[in-house]
Design a protein around this ligand. Structure first.
Ligand code: ATP
Ligand code: MG
Length: 267
């Protein structure tokens, strides 16, 4: 049995390869000792690690584990998922929306880190908690679905008020910029607030990603990371914003396991 593990800032992604088939599971990074104990019950497994907590996990297990740099592992995993999906891209940008967001150029067989942003899954959780007291991921993404961003976020068309806009009117001019205009007539629900949090995270991630794609001359932006899990609203924000800016978004199913699969492939 081969086990690939991407131990990230929030979640530990585990890809188990047995009889040429992958099975996937994830654990909270705070449970890293439990994951180590589980691995130690399988001394014969070949273990490949990556991610920010890989070295710590390695120190807890008895295996002679392989370790790789998370950017290389993630790229390798993305390549294998794209091949499986018969999606052939030779030049693209990928954006890994994890706790934080890391953005990379890909040219044929190499990746170069383009940059990143502190807007990502961690911001989604932290800001949602500050605004509503909610801290459960499933609760946060479910609550967001019923939200109305229009009373919180200021769009370009709100500023131009029917006049011809020099850029698409649907673009956000100022995230949270409509709050003070509406504070006397509207009450802001938890759903409205969290939907707007997803808005600023999704739009920031997209903006930084497409700037990288433009600089690099790439058509496609591939998005991965657990922040998108069961999170249709964040996916929609990113898809629509990427298209609005004339680039092509692509989401990989199980893409959050790219690092785990990739480090195993590199072993
Ligand atoms: P990094 O790569 O930045 O070190 P990571 O690898 O842990 O972090 P991901 O697993 O890709 O990052 O994504 C973490 C984000 O996924 C969280 O910040 C949260 O928004 C979201 N998430 C999805 N499912 C859960 C969950 N069950 N518990 C907590 N967060 C979750
Ligand atoms: Mg990660």
């Amino acid at each position: 049995m081969k086990i690939g593990i991407d131990a990230g800032g929030t979640l530990i992604k585990i890809a188990i390869l047995e009889n040429d088939t992958f099975t996937y599971k994830k654990e909270q990074s705070t449970d890293i000792e439990r994951v180590a104990a589980w691995l130690n019950t399988m001394p014969d497994a070949q273990v490949a690690l990556t991610g920010g907590k890989a070295t710590y996990l390695n120190s807890l297990i008895s295996h002679d584990a392989f370790q790789s740099i998370e950017f290389d592992a993630t790229f390798k995993g993305i390549q294998s998922f794209l091949d499986e999906n018969n999606m052939y891209l030779d030049k693209f940008v990928f954006s890994n929306v994890g706790t934080g967001t890391s953005i990379h150029f890909v040219d044929e067989n190499k990746q170069i880190r383009a940059g990143g942003t502190g807007a990502g899954g961690g911001m989604m959780m932290g800001l949602s908690y500050l605004l509503t007291g909610k801290e459960d991921f499933a609760d946060i993404v479910t609550t967001a679905r019923a939200g109305n961003r229009d009373i919180i976020d200021l769009k370009v068309k709100h500023i131009y008020k029917g006049d011809k806009t020099p850029i698409p009117g649907e673009l956000t001019a100022a995230n949270f910029g409509n709050v003070l205009h509406n504070k006397d007539t509207e009450s802001f629900t938890d759903a409205d607030k969290i939907a707007s949090v997803l808005g600023i995270v999704g739009e920031t991630v997209t903006t930084v990603s497409i700037h990288a794609a433009r600089e690099f001359g790439a058509e496609y932006v591939v998005y991965i990371g657990s922040s998108f899990l069961d999170n249709k609203l964040l996916q929609d924000i990113v898809v629509n914003y990427t298209k609005l800016r004339n680039f092509k978004p692509y989401f990989i199913e199980n893409g959050e396991y790219s690092g785990a699969v990739g480090t195993l492939r590199l072993m």
